[in-house]
Design a protein around this ligand. Structure first.
Ligand SMILES: Nc1ncnc2c1ncn2[C@@H]1O[C@H](COP(=O)(O)OP(=O)(O)OP(=O)(O)O)[C@@H](O)[C@H]1O
Length: 559
């Protein structure tokens, strides 16, 4: 797949380095070619010298004198014979050249163990790829596996890394269950613990199985080079996407293939749902999205888990609220719904009167909800609406109003998500361990790989709308206040956090971390929307509501 070239400013540095590397490599190759005979003779001389040393060491001491005498006599004879020294030199060089020759045996095919693997895989596939009525079966017990496996590669440990299988045209490769059976069998026979890609060519009746290298886990949160409206969800395989972006990994900068999610008015998947098991990394994904959104937009965070994992964002410029309680969540989301409507009306009026759309309707607003299902039960018990109901307007009309909704939920509580959330979140991510059925139910299509059983945190799959299912590794974006976070990652996240717009006092910090014990006073909710599109009611984070603070600088201008 052709890659879109990077902007000159970004690519020129790395292109220069690549050119220099290529020049150095070709110079080294030429030098090796020229010096090859010398290298061979030197290696041979070294071997001869080593053999001589060993022989000398093995010679008993009482025989060393006569041996030395014999050698000296030989040298004398050679020196006296016409052309003796020259002939001796040529002979020594010839022997050294012979001794120093490259003796690595060139492999011409698989060894016995590898052959056995291929044979047993072939035998295992016979029941699936043969029919009793076939007079000339490609797959038959004791048949010729070479005809079915026309390309194969093994790694240094003798395990298959690539295999091209030709199969009979009557195999139902269009049926998902038939494919899955073959993929699981080949996975089991080729060695577990690695991730395999299965590429079915239905036209050519061929299947190529290849081992995928693990996705790099060393990329941490950083300022990614993206266009406005693009968010890096994570990184994927090199051939799977057309773009690359420069990333810092440790001390190195390299180009990596990102999974880019486009939001805003032209997005076809304006909202995202991320699903995973506990500890799979969905909170880190939301944190990563928030850090990328904040330089250009405002963020409202609703944390159903109530564990304070977004405390580092609380009170930062652009973070309009971090809500952990039901009342706060309801207030924040009600404001967001009103704000979406206000933006729509303002933009509509401007268009109708032939004016430019007001700037305050363009600033991206992000609603990040981590486990909103946690509120459903409390809300029902308390006779209050489920906060998810308030997502109806942002989800349905958010695209035109630059409002983006991101929901993270766990598999166990996925049923608690409302139909609106499911319908309108067309960008999907699954992180961590998941069965094929679970992956398919969230992504809408099965992945083409079978993942390893021990998946690193933040590893999963992404699918944007009806696009392909992509492998995904989310950049490490841990909670900088977590003691378990490494110094490098803490620094990386702290560097990206905007300044605080209000000082965080000790008592407030405590309350922002603790889950809300009960319903908050209704007074904390933002005022009801104005009948006319007017100034938006601003939600504030809990500490702001407790101690009235100046309206944050990042709050959209009223209009
Ligand atoms: N992409 C990643 N790279 C490295 N470590 C990660 C990544 N994502 C998450 N982690 C680490 O894994 C742990 C769990 O992550 P996180 O809290 O994001 O998971 P979660 O799915 O939200 O789980 P929970 O709901 O139980 O908090 C944290 O210690 C976090 O730092």
């Amino acid at each position: 797949m052709a890659r879109r070239p990077l902007p000159r400013i970004l690519s020129s540095g790395s292109a220069h380095i690549t050119r220099s590397r290529e020049m150095a490599r070709s110079a080294a190759d030429s030098a090796t070619d020229v010096l090859h005979p010398l290298i061979t003779i030197t290696r041979g001389l070294r071997l001869l010298a080593g053999a001589g040393r060993r022989k000398w060491a093995a010679t008993p001491k009482d025989r060393r004198g006569p041996a030395l005498f014999l050698v000296a006599a030989l040298v004398l004879v050679v020196a006296l014979v016409p052309y003796g020294p020259l002939l001796a030199l040529i002979s020594v060089m010839a022997v050294a050249g012979w001794q120093g020759r490259d003796r690595t045996p060139s492999r011409t095919g698989p060894d016995e163990a590898e052959l056995q693997r291929l044979r047993s895989l072939y035998e295992a596939l016979v029941p699936y790829f043969s029919l009793p009525e076939d007079p000339n079966p490609l797959f038959a017990h004791g048949g010729e596996w070479e005809k079915a496996f026309d390309e194969y590669e093994f790694d240094a440990d003798g395990r298959l890394t690539r295999l091209r299988v030709s199969y009979p045209p009557y195999f139902m490769d269009g049926e998902h269950s038939s494919r899955v059976r073959i993929e699981h069998l080949m996975y089991a026979k080729s060695g577990r613990g690695r991730e395999y890609l299965f590429d079915w060519d239905e036209e050519g009746n061929e299947l190529v199985m290849s081992v995928l290298p693990p996705l790099p886990t060393g990329i941490a949160a950083q300022r990614f080079v993206t266009a406005p409206g693009e968010t890096v969800l994570g990184f994927t395989d090199a051939g799977a996407v057309r773009r690359t972006v420069p990333v810092r990994e440790g001390d190195e900068t390299r180009d990596a293939p990102p999974v880019l999610w486009r939001t805003g008015a032209r997005s076809t998947e304006p909202h995202l749902l991320a699903v995973g098991r506990p500890g799979s990394g969905t909170t880190s994904l939301l944190r990563s999205i928030a850090l990328q959104a904040l330089p250009h937009g405002d963020v409202v965070i609703v944390e159903g888990g109530g564990t304070g994992e977004y405390a580092s964002l609380d009170g930062r410029t652009g973070v309009l609220a971090v809500e952990r309680g039901l009342s706060g969540a309801l207030a924040g989301l009600e404001w967001a719904a009103n704000e979406t409507e206000r933006r729509l009306i303002a933009a509509n009026r401007a268009r109708q009167s032939g004016h430019a759309v007001p700037e305050d309707t363009k600033r991206p607003l992000w609603l990040l909800l981590d486990r909103p299902s946690a509120f459903a039960h409390v809300a029902a018990a308390d006779g209050r609406p489920d906060p998810q109901e308030l997502l109806h307007v942002p989800l349905r009309h958010g695209r035109a109003a630059n409002v983006t909704v991101v929901v993270a939920e766990q598999f166990e509580t996925l049923d608690a998500l409302s139909e609106t959330v499911r319908t309108h979140t067309r960008a999907r991510v699954v992180l961590g361990a998941a069965t094929r059925e679970e992956l398919e139910s969230v992504l809408g299509a099965p992945p083409h790989t079978i993942p390893t059983p021990d998946i690193p945190t933040g590893r999963g799959y992404a699918r944007l709308g009806t696009g392909p299912v992509l492998r995904l590794q989310v950049p490490a974006t841990p909670d900088p206040y977590d003691d378990a976070t490494s110094d490098a990652h803490r620094r990386a996240v702290l560097e990206l956090l905007p300044d605080r717009h209000t000082p965080l006092h000790g008592s407030t910090a405590a309350t922002t971390r603790a889950p809300e014990p009960g319903p908050e006073p209704a007074a904390s909710a933002p005022p009801a929307p104005d009948p006319e599109p007017g100034p938006p009611a601003q939600p504030r984070s809990r500490h702001q509501r407790q101690s009235p603070a100046p309206v944050p600088a990042a709050v959209p201008a009223e209009g």
